[in-house]
Write a protein of this length. Sequence first.
Length: 333
Amino acid sequence: MKPTIYDVAREAGVSIATVSKVINNTGRIGEETRKKVMKVMDELNYQPSVVASALTGKSTYTIGLLIPDLANPFFAEIARHVEDFSQQNGYSVVMCSTDYDREKEAKYISLLRQKSVDGIILASRCKNKELLRDLIDNRFPLALIDLHLPEFPLDSVEVDHFQGGYQVTHHLLSLGHRTIGVIAEESRSSQERIHGYKQALEDAGLMFEECNVITTDFTVEGSKNATPKLFALKNRPTAIFACNDLLAIGVIQALRELGMSIPEDVSVAGFDNTILANATNPPLTTVDQPKQEMGRQVVDLLIKNIEGKTGPKQRIILLPEIVVRQSTSAPKG
Ligand code: RIB
């Protein structure tokens, strides 16, 4: 298999960004480091010319898409819409699932540059900020979806997470719930949704209780294991807001194992309005993210960037919309 920029970095004991700077002769690189990298490139017979051609603007009409987890329907639906709108504009899409892993991010980004993609869309996460800085320094076309990184001058499209968290909490409060648990993931979007939850509680004259919010990992299993902790509290919740539909599946599984019925014993709401929301029993109340419009806008922004029609970077924030289904109702009694 042809060596990649990732292999050169590992063998030379430097970052991907350093190798990229040596190839492109940009940035400040010590002579010793430069020699070491060049030596490794020779030893591995690494062909930087492929990367160089990507920087000479030769278009391959291909876009790279990095998403954290292709198995999560939210990301699968985002990928679907990105692919549809890219095809409509004459571009193919290479999809990479990074498992929230910074090394895989780096590996896929260097692979995509090896393949001379014209631009890359990053979805939801970017852990490898150093590599992102290098791509920006090389004026490589980028755009963000479901992600905003204020420290970087990049176009982005996302939903108003705060507004969505507020809407779903307001819905539960309007049904009469007063103790609402939250199952969240370690992410900026969850944090902003929780801010909306807090604001809705405050607007209803209710105190926010830290113990009512449990943060877990990104998995159904993590959510299922976290949910019972909410029922060990003195004030047990009569409703649970899961910060995305995948976590809501874990909540539902946990409630079933606790012998509780939904929504009679506990109401459950999610966020994303993915295909899961209509597949649960009962169908899930959730917050719709306008995934198709997000896909259209991020492809439009990236292609403008690829074609050099760049202006001021745009931060597009779209409105979420609550979708009420049978998983939420007034609390018993
Ligand atoms: O389901 C994945 C979640 O992570 C979505 O809500 C998306 O917004 C991202 O934050």
